[in-house]
Ligand binder design. Structure first.
Ligand SMILES: Cc1ncc(COP(=O)(O)O)c(C=O)c1O
Length: 466
């Protein structure tokens, strides 16, 4: 099926755009959205009887309704209503190789036929570890299954290595759903204290206050805050975990010198630095933000894109730190660690799909996306900007650069939602919660995919401008 057509209702809303508020545009686009999704609606209805909330993760429950998918191929995905989308959702930052990439299909098919689980290592694990060491510049690696597991191991390791309990975490960074990091993810500002001294706020229910008390929250791009925390808690900070480019609050790059400064401050205090590269790893550059910014931390956490769509994660570390795993001081374990199917997928992803040529192609598409969306914003006198980082990008719905979560909190979330709806109704699948998330290009996208996105931005801009 070709590009989904937008029913008459949407066209009518366009005509009236000069008198319509943002809320009215959202209501009109949600109506179009629902008209396009009857089969999804039926599945949601049925699913509610056996799946809590009618979905398999709370973050799959988009407004106005979860979209149920049938399959994906190349840069496209197809919903159960037969609608085609250019996939820029990328499964929350996973699908850097696109869908059904021939190298992945072959590697996984070959492996399935030879057995998929032994809880004993297979040769692919060495190849994957060697390639990660080459790309990220840290010598020793271990595997897990999700980003949450990777950051959990990183926090445990920092504590195990230092014998200290406190962790420094950046406000607005998301590191998965374990107790030590579910703090100040998207806090309400009235709960969050002053920007220069944020208060730790539980990021979920079920997190004991005693865990929150072990996390000291700082703003992004604020090395002085890290220095202050270290001075106020001498000899008590195990380490700091940070997304080196923030990617769960739009995209916020580190200011020049910030990553080096926090690394040096932490090391000066005998504390450690963990980069959560679950989103940035492989997408920002072949060696993630670590290679792109030239700052190597003590631990790197990877997941998402490295498995080409299969669940796999990794932690990499210095010989000294990973020595604690090697000698059994820290038990890094898991039944599915190094699962043969995941390792086969990771090997094909790294060595056959994410080639230098593939990165060059993504870079060309990044530039096209950046320039064309920027032009649409300028032509429509919209004061926003485009932020791109390798395969990732977003529109920042603010009239000034965003340097931390407090800046980001000023974004009107209705803009992100309306943009998401307009893209969706126009045949482009973005991550729901459009304010927070951003697009992911893949090695299988092409210029036409980018241009479909840009055309929808034009429609969106026209609606907002009124
Ligand atoms: C930066 C970052 N770290 C960790 C995670 C957790 O990964 P997972 O959902 O695989 O547990 C995420 C998930 O979005 C993430 O964006």
């Amino acid at each position: 099926m070709g590009l989904a057509t937008v029913p008459a209702a949407a066209t009518e809303t366009n005509t009236d755009s000069d008198v319509m508020s943002l809320d009215a545009h959202i209501a009109a686009q949600e109506m179009v959205f629902l008209q396009r999704q009857p089969a999804s609606a039926a599945l949601v209805e049925r699913a509610r009887r056996s799946l809590a909330g009618g979905a398999t993760s709370n973050w799959q429950i988009a407004q106005p309704q979860a979209v149920w998918l049938s399959h994906g191929s190349g840069s496209k995905i197809y919903d159960v209503d037969g609608k085609e989308y250019v996939d820029l959702h990328g499964g929350y930052g996973v699908s850097l190789v696109g869908h059904a990439h021939p190298a992945l299909v072959k590697a996984v098919s070959d492996r399935v036929a030879r057995g998929t689980h032994f809880a004993q290592p297979t040769g692919d694990a060495i190849v994957v570890a060697e390639e990660l060491a080459r790309r990220f510049g840290l010598p020793l690696w271990r595997f897990g299954n999700s980003g949450t597991e990777a950051t959990m191991d990183a926090v445990h390791l920092m504590r195990a290595a230092t014998g200290r309990d406190l962790i420094i975490k950046v406000e607005g960074c998301y590191h998965g759903h374990h107790d030590s990091v579910e703090v100040s993810i998207l806090p309400e500002l009235e709960d969050a204290g002053p920007a220069e001294r944020p208060v730790g706020v539980a990021g979920n229910t079920g997190i004991p206050q005693s865990f929150i008390d072990l996390v000291v929250v700082v703003g992004f791009n604020d090395a002085d805050a890290v220095a202050r925390v270290l001075a106020e808690h001498p000899g008590r900070v195990a380490g700091m975990i940070v997304e080196p480019v923030m990617m769960n609050a739009g995209i916020i790059p580190p200011e020049p010198g910030y990553l080096e400064a926090v690394r040096d401050l932490l090391h000066g205090d005998g504390a450690l630095l963990a980069f959560d590269e679950v989103k940035t790893g492989l997408t920002v550059s072949p060696g993630g933000a670590t290679a792109a910014y030239g700052v190597t931390p003590d631990i790197i956490c990877l997941a998402k894109a490295m498995g080409g769509g299969l669940p796999v994660a990794a932690i990499g570390g210095t010989a000294e730190l990973m020595g604690l795993i090697a000698d059994g001081t820290y038990e890094q374990v898991g039944t599915f660690n190094g699962n043969p199917l995941s390792m086969a997928a990771a090997r094909a992803t790294l060595l056959e799909a994410l080639t230098p040529e593939a990165y060059a192609r993504i870079e060309a598409l990044r530039i096209r996306m950046h320039e064309r969306v920027t032009r649409v914003l300028r032509d429509n006198d919209l004061p926003w900007s485009v932020v791109t980082s390798g395969a990732k990008g977003c529109i920042s719905f603010l009239d000034r650069p965003v340097r931390n979560f407090r800046d980001f909190a000023d974004v009107d979330e209705r803009l992100g939602h309306l943009h998401w709806l307009v893209q969706h109704n126009g045949g482009v699948f973005l991550p729901p919660w459009g304010k927070v998330e951003q697009w992911l290009l893949s090695v299988q996208h092409d210029e036409d995919d980018v241009d479909r996105f840009v055309a929808n931005v034009e429609t969106f801009a026209t609606l907002v401008k009124g």
